[in-house]
Design a protein around this ligand. Structure first.
Ligand code: 4NP
Length: 169
């Protein structure tokens, strides 16, 4: 008896995640790059579609901030995203929307119509400070960018573990 190949197909659940900050050049591109880096390291990047966006559109089309890219690169993480503003379809197109701070969260709630995505604050997954915001490093110095990197590494390790358990990956 021949087996029909179609019955052996495994359908991968594709989980769609959008990281959001204000300008989409510092924190959310770093969160996006970090998440992809960790998922690739675990060999499960194919389960995810990951993007980032800003509640403001001043930097649309730009690469991530040079200081954020340099910090990421010093840890072996590549940031390749281009900035864009959050759009109304995002609230239906992504399973998870992950704001970096409370003001991003409030801005998203204010503009989002028919929000189907689950919105969870990034630092909800940081065991060191689950109530805190990811601080905006834009006006800061190199140390502030390094701190953002460390926060996002910790938080994304736990976020990925949460998703793996919830979605059986
Ligand atoms: P981000 O940082 O929200 O982490 O990308 C900022 C980048 C740019 C500005 C503010 C915050 N800005 O005012 O241009």
């Amino acid at each position: 008896m021949r087996k029909c190949a179609i019955f052996d197909l495994k359908i991968l659940p594709m989980i769609r995640i959008l990281f959001v900050c204000l300008g989409n050049i510092c924190r959310s591109p770093m969160a996006e790059g970090m998440f992809l880096h960790l998922a690739a390291e675990a060999g499960i990047a194919g389960h995810f579609r990951v993007d980032s966006a800003g509640t403001g559109g001043w930097h649309e089309g730009e690469k991530a901030d040079r200081r954020m890219r340099a910090t990421a690169q010093s840890h072996g993480v590549e940031l390749v995203s281009r900035a864009r503003k959050v759009r109304s379809e995002d609230f239906q197109d992504f399973d998870y929307i992950i704001p970096m701070d409370r003001s991003n969260y409030q801005d998203l709630r204010a503009v989002g119509q028919n929000i189907l995505s689950e919105m969870i604050m990034m630092r909800h997954f940081d065991p060191q400070a689950p109530e805190a915001d990811v601080p905006d490093p834009y006006m800061g110095d190199q140390e502030d960018f390094e701190e953002v990197y460390q926060i996002l590494e910790r938080s994304n390790r736990n976020f990925l573990a949460f998703l793996r358990e919830k979605h059986h990956i």
